[in-house]
Ligand binder design. Structure first.
Ligand code: GDP
Ligand code: ZN
Length: 353
């Protein structure tokens, strides 16, 4: 497998075949990394781990990351020395006290936003996924699955297009195979795609079709260098037909992280209107001279687009408020620890958490 086939962009790095690789699995005891020389188990160098713990970017490697490796002679293991610069990423709010964004998937080119054509399309959810993709500089593609059981495809496509203006909408069926070649087209040039969507919409079934075998089959990995094996499923899968599918548990539970930047493209037409409101800080509630409300009143802007916009803005503000509160609490804690230290040591000691 060449780096190009593993999704590498641009010129090949001037390195040995086993010194650069792409993270295929992240598990409790380390990583599995694809290299041109094959697959290796790897762990993170101490320095990189310490920097990540201190909140220093790029943090720990994530599935999809390109990493610089130091092979360990005579061992089937390697050390991850560095994380190479990332392109499109999905990030989420880190669990626990740390407030750094956590990368859950790196170097993703295409995000298939999957919904099922059974039941009603949820435009709010679609808008959230769009926001996540745009924030991460990932190209979104809407996938309407289960076309085999939808009586009115045209209406469904119209609703999806209205919720995601300017974004391609594919109609597919993982069962009959309808539209799968459209999805496959997005893997051209060995691109990496991830599937986002609620449980039950058919992501696993689609992935199995796209890679042409049963990925859910558990694969064995030599894990700890002592001959012990643990079972791990690949989370970055190389397609026999070219390109890669990225599917991690973390992707399935993405939360909104700092959505402000992504709102503009997801609600471009609302933001365009808002630019003409009389007041720069117009909340589009009842302000005089509000261009957004005027557009709703005369039917140029559907009311549910405004509702979606408000809801997302509300979530972003809520998140930012929580983020600020945590940052304040953390500063206070540090000041308290500092004030307990003997005077002469202040400023010299870094306190452990
Ligand atoms: P996931 O939770 O998104 O991974 O969804 P799954 O792939 O597990 O699929 C959920 C259910 O939907 C399963 O029973 C699938 O067989 C079914 N399913 C998936 N794709 C299609 C489709 O295109 N048409 C129909 N009728 N059922 C589908
Ligand atoms: Zn307004």
């Amino acid at each position: 497998m060449t780096l190009h086939e593993l999704g590498w962009r641009g010129d090949a790095p001037p390195t040995r075949a086993d010194s650069v690789g792409r993270v295929a699995v992240e598990h409790r005891n380390g990583y599995v990394v694809y290299t041109e020389a094959g697959e290796v188990a790897a762990e993170v160098a101490g320095r990189l781990r310490h920097e990540a713990a201190a909140g220093k970017p790029p943090g720990l490697p994530a599935v999809g990351d390109w990493v610089a490796l130091r092979p360990r002679p005579g061992e089937a293991r390697a050390t991850i020395e560095a994380v190479l610069p990332r392109r499109g990423c999905f990030t989420r709010q880190a669990a626990g006290r740390a407030v750094a964004a956590q990368v859950v998937a790196a170097n993703v080119d295409v995000a298939f936003l999957v919904t099922a054509l059974t039941g009603d399309l949820n435009p709010r959810r679609l808008e959230r996924y769009l926001t996540l993709a745009w924030e991460g500089s990932i190209e979104p593609v809407v996938v309407l699955n289960k076309a085999d059981v939808c009586p009115d495809l045209r209406a469904a496509v119209a609703r999806a297009s209205a919720a995601a203006p300017g974004v391609p909408v594919l109609v597919v069926s993982a069962v009959t195979g309808l539209g799968l070649d459209d999805m496959e087209g997005y893997f051209r040039g060995h691109r990496t795609a991830a599937l986002l969507g609620s449980s039950g919409v058919g992501k696993s079934t689609l992935i199995n079709r796209l890679i042409g075998r049963d990925v859910q089959r558990v694969q064995e990995v030599r894990d700890d260098g002592k001959g012990r094996h643990t079972t791990t499923r690949r989370e970055l899968i190389v397609r026999p037909g070219g390109g890669l599918v990225l599917d991690t548990p973390g992707l399935r539970e993405l939360q909104l992280w700092d959505g402000a930047e992504g709102i503009a493209p997801a609600f471009a037409e609302v933001e365009d209107l808002a630019a003409s409101c009389r007041f720069a800080d117009c909340a589009h509630e009842s302000e005089p001279g509000c261009a957004v409300l005027a557009a709703v009143a005369d039917g140029r802007l559907p009311l549910d687009r405004l509702d979606g916009y408000r809801k997302l803005l509300g979530e972003v503000r809520h998140f930012e408020a929580r983020h600020d509160a945590r940052a304040r609490a953390e500063r206070k804690r540090q000041e308290k620890a500092m004030s307990r230290a003997p005077m002469s040591y202040r400023g010299q000691y870094r306190y452990r958490n």
